[in-house]
Design a protein around this ligand. Structure first.
Ligand code: DSN
Length: 436
């Protein structure tokens, strides 16, 4: 067995019954072990999560909610869903929690359909300024139902000017305002957003998918403490749980949200995923996890400082959370796709990313986005961030120097050896043979 995340017997059967998938799994373990993961929405889940994702809870249909299901045999599924909901409410100080959304887009759609009517106006952040697809990008199905309007960040410093947000809100009269991002490296003024929502009579939602774990660990502010109506978060990013989504809200919105998730949008919830969410929400209450959340931010600061010193152009000039965006076009004269590929060759995985009002197209954008949750989960600290920044700068200055990239690949591999991925024991016989 290569690790303790799967049962030995099940893995053995897989190897015999489907060698192609088995090999891909082994190669992916090797890739994750021997490379440095900097995609800010990715992480290594707690090893306990693998136990539940690979468990018999996968087999159960549980349409409905605890105590009111459509099928029998729910004594254990009710237990796990009740624990997940109670722990979610406690961790995020929310009046109500729904843990059934299958993932991020589904959870946000469930909020829109639960609290709004078709044609209602929703105000969210522009995608190129850090917003998310599920906040109503024109290519989404949601944009066919609701009318989305946008606020942007101010250039060149990249911050949100709340007076401008207020002006758009007063002009467009949204029924819902969304505060949330997937590539905005700054903290929000949650109290300021609450004030604007009150002035224009809108409901207020925070999508903290990237930040959920950092809020749970007490390292960042919690929108629920500022009177937000709804807060959504995925469960597999900084939270380190299984893939999934969660909706936290004021008690008064609970019935509408629940009805919108089931039967409005989904059928049977994924009970193995809910069991893993429940466990995750216990683990994030530990002191170890609180330390982890703080270290994620400290590492991001350290990385930002070293990159700035090396001449990188950081969007907004730095970071106040776990993520950073570099404008590679202005700083290094290369587009994000070129940077992504070169860094990958040096053993660092991150993603090309649009920058505010990017003149370039999404597949050849002007920037890259990266963050520290996964590297921190394997125990890397500020010293390693300095080393990482140095490797990144050398790659960005010479993305076509294949000899240099190969040399740097060895440096990242050596770093990885010192920091095993949680749940994977490197160098075991199967990993080695799959990698060979
Ligand atoms: N794809 C996720 C991210 O990378 O931010 C959000 O859905």
């Amino acid at each position: 067995m290569t690790n303790f995340t799967y049962s030995a017997a099940a893995l053995d059967r897989l190897q015999k019954s489907d060698a192609e998938i088995f090999d891909a799994l082994m190669h992916e373990e090797t890739r994750q072990s021997e490379g440095i993961e900097l995609i800010p929405s990715e992480n290594y889940c707690f090893p306990e999560v693998y136990a539940l994702l690979g468990s018999v809870f996968n087999n159960k249909y549980s349409e409905g909610y605890p105590g009111r299901r459509y099928y029998g045999g729910q004594e254990n599924t009710d237990t796990i869903e009740n624990l997940a909901r109670d722990r979610a409410k406690a961790v995020f100080r929310a009046g109500h929690a729904n843990v059934q959304p299958l993932s991020g887009c589904a959870m946000n759609e469930a909020v829109y359909f639960g609290l709004l009517q078709p044609g209602d106006v929703i105000l969210g952040m522009d995608l190129s300024h850090g917003g998310h697809l599920s906040h109503g990008h024109p290519v989404t199905n949601m944009a066919k139902i609701f009318k989305y309007v946008r606020y942007k960040t101010e250039q060149p410093d990249g911050h949100i000017d709340l007076d401008k947000v207020r002006a758009v809100a007063m002009e467009t009269k949204p029924k819902l305002i969304i505060c949330g991002h997937s590539s905005y490296p700054r903290e929000y003024d949650y109290a300021g957003f609450r004030k604007i929502a009150d002035e224009c009579g809108a409901l207020l939602m925070a999508d903290v998918s990237h930040l959920g774990g950092l809020i749970a660990g007490g390292a960042l502010k919690n929108p629920m403490d500022f009177g937000f109506d709804v807060m959504t978060t995925t469960t597999h990013k900084s939270l380190r749980g299984p893939r999934g989504g969660m909706i936290l809200c004021k008690k008064e919105h609970g019935a509408k949200i629940d009805k919108s998730v089931f039967p409005g949008m989904q059928g049977g919830p994924h009970m193995h995923q809910i069991a893993a969410i429940a466990t995750t929400l216990k683990l994030v209450q530990s002191q170890d996890y609180k330390n982890y959340a703080k270290q994620v931010l400290a590492n991001a600061q350290s990385l930002a400082k070293a990159l700035l010193a090396g001449g990188a152009h950081l969007v907004t000039g730095g970071t106040e959370n776990h993520l950073l965006v570099i404008n590679t076009a202005t700083g290094f004269g290369i587009t994000g796709d070129v940077a992504e590929k070169a860094l990958d060759a040096a053993g660092i995985t991150l993603n090309k990313n649009v920058i505010p009002d990017d003149p370039n197209p999404p597949m050849k954008p002007s920037g890259i986005r990266f963050g520290t949750p996964a590297a921190t989960a394997r125990g890397m600290g500020e010293a390693e961030m300095q080393q990482l920044a140095s490797i990144m700068l050398r790659v960005l200055r010479a993305p076509e120097d294949t000899a240099l990239l190969a040399k740097l690949r060895e440096e990242t591999r050596a770093m990885c050896k010192r920091f095993p991925v949680p749940g994977i024991i490197p160098g075991t016989p199967q990993t080695q043979s799959a990698a060979a």
